[in-house]
Design a protein around this ligand. Sequence first.
Ligand SMILES: *Cc1c(COP(=O)(O)O)cnc(C)c1O
Length: 367
Amino acid sequence: MTVPFLDLGAAVTELREDIDAAIARVLDSGSYILGPEVDAFEDEFARYCEAAHCIGVGNGLDALHLVLRAWGIGPGDEVIVPSNTYIATWLAVSQCGAVPVPVEPVEFTYNIDPARIKAAISPRTKAIIAVHLYGQPADLSPICTIAKAHNLRVLEDAAQAHGARYHGKRIGSHGDAVAWSFYPGKNLGALGDAGAVTTNDNGLAQQLRALRNYGSQVKYVNDVQGYNSRLDALQAAVLRVKLRHLDVWNERRARIATIYGKALVDSGLSLPAVPEWATSAWHLYVIRHPRRDALQKFLTNQGIGTLIHYPIPPHRQKAYASGPTTFSPQPLAESISNEVLSLPIGPQFPESAAHKVIKAIHRFSTD
Ligand SMILES: *Cc1c(COP(=O)(O)O)cnc(C)c1O
């Protein structure tokens, strides 16, 4: 590939000295799981997210799952989820023994459609998970209003939305809890698995600190049957370095998005639409095209890397085919999965490479 989809090494290269120093500090500290480095990252990320608390955990799926557990969600319960999302959102619900109830997206924001949520609520519904897909916030205000009226909790899946804003306020505490992933490819990425929850709920924060650590708040005293899902000091130290650059890196992503947006208006692609209340973190730059597979093949032949987020919606996965629940067709999620294509974007992605992508797309369109 002359234009790779993502160059994770480039992010490390840019910050190599600071990352080396952070790792050396942890090696010398003698503290490798939780501890002062994790405390410091939790404080800094909570402040960044405009949230009262941050609780570091092992990964993004655990962040979602532990919140649902803390809320006591289990067998017999239902949780509303987007039909158009990464499967982790659904798995967190299934792992609790509850049933994910899909709701279709707004077609050109790709996020859960608040107008369709009410029809999906039943007496068993306990919570709504809103995913900020591709870096763009879901329309949280009507979602929180519906939740309040039906006594439901709102969990945000912000795995793709570090630094995004909704009505000017950072993602991090609009809903009752916000789950984060720091998987290496995310906007704020560790050098391994890592995740967190942010929340303004003091009681929930306390519960999560126990749940992530064997259900224990005092060593060897176990109040609940918890999990082992702790953030380690090496990842926290690396995340602290990268957090200082997140806003600048997101601005670079936004600049690439602007370049694509201006140059591709008349190219026959459907471009991402950003509502006026949203500030996207531009985790992905996702376009739609009725001949998506041909476009992807053409770009591959030109040496341009692209990916599909996501080729199979969760309800169509084999993982959900033989369960006790049968899911009705989700026509929007299905047509989206057939037409979306993610163009390369990233904080180290050169503008010259964006112009190569644009030229190739214009060649495809005039073919
Ligand atoms: C990455 C991601 C997750 C899961 O995060 P992990 O750290 O890989 O467990 C959950 N939801 C969404 C939308 C994601 O993109």
